[in-house]
Write a protein that binds this ligand. Structure first.
Ligand code: F6P
Length: 358
């Protein structure tokens, strides 16, 4: 009897732990009855036939490595595939070709590892009859269906290290240090690293800030004898009544809010301000042990679902268990920081300001 062929792909931005998921899934799947192939560059690989065998040999040593063995891209959505037509960008639907190629390649099921965009594509392909299992991925930790996504705690560790380093130089120079971290729609990385690093002010998308409140906090700390301040700001934070800060408005690439915060308060304080934008350092490098374990459990459980023929599911962490949830129920349900929740309340109790005057 012919072996079953299972494809694995990674889509969207990369994230520490992707290789650990791939390794766990391959190890769980490989047998006399099942072979595994890697689809490169996300769903794009199904349009270009970029498919490679995944064997015990090809996954050796990848557990601690950042990035993804299978490469990835933010483009290549087969349902809205961008082409240049007459000098203008136009979207076409190439999902029919994807279906055709899956058949030609003899792929019997796919594990798609990705964020919201990848999950949506997986859901639509599933509806068209492709057996799919999804694994959620984002350092932003903003998917409602799972308690945590792998990569988040690694990003928090990197951001916390940055806060610690900024502390010592802020203290030496009597400066306000503003650290911009990732977090497009949700401020989880800013909140966790801000609490872990002992920030004075945390600014997140869920709580629009008022410049006068940031100034008030800085002055009140000065009256109490502190001559430096640490502000952690999520890239998606905005001033009350203001807009997000984009590096590029066409592609909606966020960035630069830390400079906005600096400009908002500079005139009204007598301390020097310095800005650090942490950027993709948060996404690169080796996953911390927590993320390696979570990624391994996600990969192994996704493979179990495939072997059981339980498709249309996404693996999710609920408490201490890894459970299957319907991709359909997980898609587009974002998890935001609750401004009245326990974490923000505890942060306020220890004196952290959210720039909102509460
Ligand atoms: O979704 C994760 C994320 O890290 C966001 O916080 C950030 O805005 C985005 O990716 C940046 O991704 P890229 O530079 O790859 O477009």
């Amino acid at each position: 009897m012919a072996k079953k062929k299972i494809g694995i792909l990674t889509g969207g931005g990369d994230c520490p732990g992707l290789n650990a998921v791939i390794r766990a899934a391959v190890r769980t799947l490989l047998s006399d009855e099942t072979e595994v192939v890697g689809i490169q560059f996300g769903f794009e690989g199904l349009l270009t036939n970029a498919v490679v065998p995944l064997t015990q040999e090809s996954i050796r040593g990848i557990l601690p490595k950042g990035g993804t063995l299978l490469r990835t891209t933010n483009r290549g959505n087969p349902f809205e595939y961008q082409i240049i037509d007459d000098g203008r960008v136009r979207c076409i639907d190439r999902s029919g070709e994807v279906l055709e190629n899956i058949k030609t390649l003899g792929i019997d099921g796919i594990i798609a590892i990705g964020g919201d965009g990848t999950l949506r594509i997986a859901e639509r392909l599933c509806d068209m009859g492709i057996p799919m299992v999804a694994v959620p991925k984002t350092i932003d930790n903003d998917l409602e269906a799972t308690d945590y996504t792998f990569g988040f705690h690694t990003a928090v560790a990197v951001a916390t290290d940055a806060v610690d380093r900024l502390h010592t130089t802020a203290e030496s120079h009597d400066r306000v240090m503003i650290l911009e971290v990732m977090g497009r729609n949700a401020g989880w990385i800013a909140l966790y690293s801000g609490i872990a690093g002992g920030a004075d002010i945390i600014l997140i998308p869920e709580v629009p800030y008022q410049p006068k409140e940031i100034v008030r906090t800085i002055r009140s700390r000065q009256r109490e004898g502190s001559k430096f301040d640490i502000i952690v700001v999520a890239e998606g934070a905005k001033r009350e009544g203001g807009e997000e800060s984009y590096l590029d408005t066409t592609s909606r690439r966020l960035g630069g809010v830390a400079y906005q915060v600096a400009a908002d308060v500079a005139q009204n304080i007598d301390l020097e301000i310095r800005v650090t934008v942490l950027g993709h350092i948060q996404r690169g490098g080796s996953p911390i042990p927590y993320d390696r374990i979570l990624a391994t459990r996600f990969g192994a459980t996704a493979a179990e679902l495939v072997l059981r023929g339980d498709f249309g599911k996404m693996v999710a962490l609920r408490g201490d268990a890894i459970l299957p949830v319907k991709i359909h129920d997980a898609v587009s349900r974002m998890k935001y920081v609750d401004p009245d929740g326990a974490l923000v309340t505890n942060a306020r109790e220890v004196g952290i300001s959210f720039g909102d005057g509460r």
